[in-house]
Design a protein around this ligand. Structure first.
Ligand code: SF4
Ligand code: SF4
Length: 217
């Protein structure tokens, strides 16, 4: 899941500037879960924009606005409402905002209503989002008991702990477990502790050269 938080209203209004008529696009997946771009949040921002003297021409909540075909579909359904807008405010992650920009046939100004924070898991309570993967392109999870040191070690260490952990907690943030302690316990439990002795080669940072792209078969 891509984690987002809503931008302050004042920042959104500043970015919209003098544009009067706004069409809203939300996200039925990640931003709905994050409570930043679901139906409730779109209704809230709609009321706030109206109170600020704007006119909201309509809104759409594609399941995943980061998928181009869903933007095309939303546009087909809302063609006239989008046509009558000066710009589109997208309440989703930066992927959704840019997907709207790339795929809207009617060329409109596109505004970001959210800040994009990180990729996360959502725990069983449905409340806690935790960053667990940085999409590094060179995954080591098989060697680290399924626990990512690239993302979850404050220093991103690949070859064991820094030596600063105290009672299992990270020296950088004592609220968090030392991830190398977690990896050690996991490998020990699975009888794979010898994996800790393998020296990891330097990461292939070439796999992080941006912008990255992949063509699906
Ligand atoms: S090593 Fe960590 S950051 Fe890299 S792909 Fe695997 S889980 Fe993601
Ligand atoms: S204490 Fe553990 S998690 Fe924290 S920086 Fe050192 S090795 Fe990484």
């Amino acid at each position: 899941m891509i984690v987002t938080e809503k931008k302050p209203l004042q920042e959104i209004l500043k970015n919209i500037g003098n544009e009067k008529n706004i069409f809203l696009i939300g996200c039925g997946e990640c931003s709905t879960t994050c409570k930043t771009g679901g139906e409730k949040e779109l209704n809230e921002i709609k009321e706030q924009l109206i109170a600020a003297g704007k006119n909201v021409t309509g809104f759409a909540i594609p399941k995943a606005p980061c998928i181009g075909s869903q933007i095309i579909m939303a546009q087909a359904i809302n063609r006239k409402l989008i046509e009558s807008a000066d710009s589109v405010l997208v309440m989703s992650c930066g992927l959704g905002v840019q997907s709207v920009k790339e795929n809207l046939r009617q060329k409109k100004g596109v505004h970001a209503g959210c800040d994009t924070l990180f990729i996360s898991t959502l725990d069983r309570s449905g409340k806690v989002l935790t960053e667990m993967c940085s999409a590094c392109g060179d995954c080591v999870l098989d060697l680290t008991g399924g626990i990512c040191p690239v993302t979850r070690c404050a220093k991103g260490l690949l070859n064991g702990p820094c030596g600063g952990s105290d009672k299992g907690k990270c020296e950088v943030d004592k609220e968090k477990d030392c991830v190398w302690g977690l990896i050690y316990n996991e490998l020990k439990e699975k009888g794979k502790i010898s994996q800790m002795e393998k020296i990891q080669k330097p990461r292939k940072y070439s796999k992080q050269l941006k912008p990255r792209a992949k063509v699906l078969a």
